[in-house]
Design a binder for this molecule. Structure first.
Ligand code: BES
Ligand code: ZN
Ligand code: ZN
Length: 512
């Protein structure tokens, strides 16, 4: 049950690009590096000399002026450093965010993929822009390169994709002092690729069991503790809510728990992810068009389970529990119904008024289990929870609802600023909670007032199951796939959340 192999490009780092003998060299320049059709910055002039003065030639023709995402490609006359030169514009100096750096990287990756990994097998990247010279930004650019070359391996063996896999391109960043940042970029990229492969896999392959087995394999190989609870065990343990949601599927629910315990730590984090490998809506059936893309409803689990591997490889001094709550929301004689009252693991009861609001039901048990079993200092939960989130923030940022702790919202925001994985803090007024209070049961699984604040009321529902622990609910419904935020692939999965989780873990590890 291994993931398909995916190594379209490998990232390497060298202190200089002299004698690179590459098929392609990429130069990242700012608008400010030019004036009146000439190269004006000494840093760019030096790179220009290295590539046989083609940059100043392109500048004099006004083919390249460093404008944002402007691209100009040419042959290199010197043929010593590289056969081709690609100039990429980083724009004005005013916008210097990690997301912008990543966007340039994605662009490089897409170019390399377009040229063909077989044809362009050796690429070097250098630049005068601070998006490149700043170590952290360059590392973000490197992550973008991997994102840009990603593609889901073809299921047709005669396809070109197979050839690409056999000849991965090597992309070398020529950067003076950056080996650590790039080591981290490679680790993050591995984790992002693994996350995306799980996200993009079709739901007839990526079932709860597939995710569980794949994760066990990867976690064990990394020396981490992993537990998988199948249907029988979950029923025995009292995961009635999760079992109800998965009841209509031949692919039984699975709870995957990966634990990373470093030698030294003071804090424990629990990351919990929604893992619906397919969400048809159940008897509250989704309309046909809304069902498309619901294989991505397991993205929360893909994030939590993939990011813990990166956190472990980076050896961050914080204990991390990553949980994937996996099930499939389908219809058959055993499927749960509208009107059912479920007794959750916590003892609280839920009246099901819409079987399509299944994520919160699965999470009710998973969150309670995490809170009670591990007594974490912080809990973060990722879910493609509500369509209302897409209405509020589109595909640009995730919504964050902080509970039971004054600083947890700021912590997520700080991680977002550092990584360029966009978030927006949203309100947690108690009144939203009143709207999910039940009459026959403790809670209703949809809000009582139709059409009002669907994401905020869902958040209130979840916070009932975390046993008062500091908790941030992160609704990724809009960003898990087809992301429109800066620096993300526009097609298929996004891998959003891996960097956010790793940075959250780093920030918590830094707390005394
Ligand atoms: N998985 C969906 C939410 C979703 C919608 C994710 C669109 C990504 C894109 C979730 O299970 C769902 O169906 N939620 C319902 C809740 C409603 C019935 C209260 C929704 O948002 O319509
Ligand atoms: Zn649903
Ligand atoms: Zn769902």
């Amino acid at each position: 049950m291994s993931l398909p192999k995916l190594k379209l490009v490998s990232l390497e780092f060298a202190s200089t690009w002299n004698d690179a003998q590459a098929d392609l060299c990429v130069v990242i320049a700012d608008e400010g590096d030019f004036s009146e059709g000439r190269v004006s910055s000494p840093a760019l002039a030096k790179l220009d000399a290295d590539v046989g003065l083609v940059i100043s030639e392109l500048a004099s023709l006004k083919d390249f002026e460093g404008k944002w995402l402007q691209a100009a490609a040419t042959l290199s006359p010197s043929k010593t450093l590289a056969k081709r030169v690609l100039c990429l514009g980083a724009g004005k100096k005013t916008d210097r965010s990690p997301a912008r750096a990543r966007q340039i990287g994605v662009r490089i990756g897409e170019e390399v993929a377009k040229m063909g990994a077989g044809k362009v097998s050796k690429v070097v990247v250098n630049g005068s822009s601070r998006l490149f010279t700043d170590v952290d930004l360059a590392a973000q650019m490197a992550v973008g390169v991997r994102m840009g070359t990603y593609k889901y391996p073809s299921l047709n063996p005669s396809d070109d994709a197979k050839k690409d896999l056999e000849t991965p391109a090597v992309v070398t960043f020529a950067h003076a002092s950056a080996s650590d940042a790039f080591r981290k970029a490679n680790i993050l990229s591995e984790s992002i690729d693994a996350c995306r492969l799980l996200q993009d896999g079709p739901p007839n392959i990526v079932t709860p069991k597939y995710v569980a087995e794949n994760m066990s394999e990867r976690a064990k190989a990394a020396g981490l503790k992993v537990e998988v609870f199948g249907a029988q065990k979950l029923r025995q343990m009292g995961f009635n809510a999760m079992m109800a949601v998965g009841g209509g599927s031949a692919n039984e629910p699975q709870l995957v728990v990966v634990e990373y315990v470093p030698e030294k730590y003071t804090k424990t984090i629990a990351f919990v992810g929604k893992g619906l490998t397919m969400d048809t809506g159940g008897y509250s059936l989704k309309p046909a068009a809304s069902m498309v893309g619901m294989k991505y409803d397991m993205s929360g689990s893909a994030i939590t389970l993939s990011s813990v591997l990166a956190i472990a490889e980076l050896k961050l001094p914080v204990r991390v529990i990553a949980i994937g709550a996996l099930a499939e929301n389908m219809i058959d004689a055993h499927a749960y119904r509208v009107g059912d009252i479920l007794k959750t693991l916590s003892g609280k009861t839920i009246e099901v008024l819409n079987t399509d609001a299944e994520g919160r039901i699965v999470l009710a048990d998973a969150l309670h289990y995490a809170a009670k079993t591990y007594a974490p200092d912080y809990m973060f939960e990722y879910s493609t929870l509500t369509g209302a989130m897409v209405i509020s923030l589109g595909h640009v940022a995730a919504g964050v609802f902080p509970f039971h702790h004054d600083g947890i919202g700021a912590l997520v925001q700080k991680a977002s600023d550092a990584t360029g994985e966009g978030v927006w803090l949203l309100p947690t007024f108690e009144e939203y909670g009143d709207d999910v209070k039940g009459t026959l049961a403790d809670l209703n699984n949809i809000q009582n007032t139709a059409g009002s604040a669907g994401s905020a009321t869902a958040a209130q529902f979840l916070k009932e199951f975390v046993d008062g622990k500091p908790f941030a609910h992160i609704d990724i419904a809009g960003v898990a796939d087809a992301n429109q935020a800066i620096g993300y692939p526009r097609k298929m999965s996004s891998g959003y959340g891996i960097q956010l989780s790793v940075e959250i873990a780093r920030l918590v590890a830094d707390e005394k």
